[in-house]
Design a protein around this ligand. Sequence first.
Ligand SMILES: *Cc1c(COP(=O)(O)O)cnc(C)c1O
Length: 376
Amino acid sequence: MKNNQTLVTSPLLPPLEEFIPYLENIWQSRRLTNGGPFHERLEKELADYLGVKYLSLFANGTLALMTALQALDIKGEVITTPYSFVATSHSLLWNNIKPIFIDIDPATGNLNPELIERAITAETSAILPVHCYGIPCDYNNIKKVADKHNLKVIYDAAHCFAVRNHGESILQYGDLSILSFHATKVFNTFEGGAIICPDSETKKRIDYLKNFGFADEVTVVAPGINGKMNEFQAAFGLLQIKHLDAAIEERKKIYQRYVAELIGIPGVSLLTIPDTVDWNYSYCPIFINEQIFPVSRDELYACFREKNIFVRRYFYPLIPEFPMYFNEADNIIETMPNAWNTSRSVLCLPIYPGLTEEQLAEVVGIITSFIQIRVA
Ligand SMILES: *Cc1c(COP(=O)(O)O)cnc(C)c1O
């Protein structure tokens, strides 16, 4: 069954025998969690690898997001994107914050800073953008708007592990950035996540918050949560780092093959990666223009499913279409036309280390088969 299925992603798993010594170490030390030695090492090695100053590990990305909002005491309204995974705005609801959705820039899939400014009210306390597919947001203009209105900025950087712009990590922008190390991401610790912060004082506060608010054995300074990453996850992360460069290189080769095969097909467009960006090749979204391509995005999606190829429509539906966010008055089609159209045209193709040439050819073949039919 598994052998003739192609999924949109497949987790990076180093050879099992390489992980055994880490497990033996854990069994020997009997340190399973609460900031053990592997946890401490991974925080340091990841900060080095990513080129950031301070990093706090979490059990998953969603807890990191929820804690980031607590760490900065965000309240009221937060301006965010409708075009993301639901965890982005769920983190707001869990903190009793009202998400305000605005349209995206169709060229990048990211928030449009001009629209941010128009959505600010007296209740607005922060902006929560997503670097969608790992393409950097317009962080300079977002900072300008935030500074002018005294707002915090938290980046959901779940897609941008290792992404750099002009040679610098994009995780350093905003007040905080969060990462996800979920199995489906470029770097995984089965489940996992992190908050990147600029100074040791903020890291200290975040570290209290992820451990019930404990500052020491007898002092609880905040109603914290249990967001700690355990030693198994941290050990696995340390092993993963060794395989990362090769994994990203392999993703790059696959992405470039897709581009070579798909570029110029009428009605199919690809992401634009700015020249200044060292990207992580985390996703391979294509956008189907139904006016030009012979079949609709959903018909194409169904063809893939028939062939056991599980491409995904990231991100469809939009977050404000889900019942806990839906508000008739939002009039999504009119107020967020770019997000609406993007969600109706996107298809993410399989990309991961280990995707074979045959699998890639089959994916491409399904798309090009429609073009040949039209020409004939
Ligand atoms: C994966 C993801 C998350 C959630 O991360 P988890 O580690 O699965 O909790 C949040 N935001 C975005 C944009 C994601 O893609």
